[in-house]
Design a protein around this ligand. Structure first.
Ligand code: BEZ
Length: 210
């Protein structure tokens, strides 16, 4: 099944370094980043898991839980955790799914056979508290992801949900944003009483709401 934005994130039960995880129940009312790793004891993945652990307070600020996946066993995960702490200076502080039976990687289409038959690609799914998929990224095994970009996309999604704004090219937190085209000027006046800059009727720039 191809997963698309707006689809309900498939629920699953799978073992993890934090015990068995039932995704929807584990998420509760939080956002979630679910991301896959091609294999345990591989260099790029080791750096990514260190960085994601270092950034856990940033994910917490956004009410976002983080969960990794690799298609190896819990025993291998436990050994790898030691290497991550030793080499990255941070202990793994979120669950890593042990997807040896490929249950979750198949459900989320994380194995791309023309890239590699057995390893997963580097997938990222951002899932909202309603369990809807809001963002999908796919990177090849050889390219480590940019976790600042993942945080940036969560900020953007949360701003859209709360304030009816979209974020322009290269936006980062604090920059001006754009009033969504579906909001009429009358509705915009209520939401943005200090006004906005209208470059075109469809391009209305406003200070980032807090
Ligand atoms: C890595 O994580 O370093 C890696 C994994 C699979 C293929 C290439 C690199």
């Amino acid at each position: 099944m191809t997963l698309r934005l707006g689809d309900t994130a498939p629920d699953f039960t799978q073992d993890s370094t934090a015990g068995p995880i039932h995704l929807h129940e584990w998420m509760g009312n939080s956002w979630c980043v679910l991301f896959s790793h091609p294999k345990d004891f591989t260099p790029v993945c080791t750096t990514e898991l260190g960085e994601a652990s270092r950034l856990k307070p940033e994910f917490d600020k956004r009410s976002c839980k983080v969960i990794g996946l690799s298609v190896d066993s819990l025993t291998e995960h436990e050994g790898w955790k030691g290497d991550i702490e030793e080499t990255q200076g941070t202990a793994l502080n979120f669950p890593l799914l042990a997807d040896g039976d490929r249950k979750v990687s198949s459900l989320y289409d994380m194995i791309h056979p023309n890239a590699d038959n057995t390893l997963t690609v580097r997938s990222v799914f951002v899932i909202d508290p309603n369990k809807k998929i809001r963002l999908i990224l796919t990177y090849p095994a050889s390219t480590g992801r940019n976790f600042q970009e993942i945080l940036r996309t969560i900020d953007s999604l949360q701003l859209t949900d709360h304030h009816k704004v979209a974020t322009p090219v290269n936006w980062t937190d604090g920059d001006d944003v754009i009033i969504v085209p579906t909001l009429s000027n009358d509705e915009a006046k209520e939401r943005f009483p200090n006004g906005w800059k209208e470059l075109k009727p469809y391009l209305r720039v406003v200070e980032q709401p807090s």
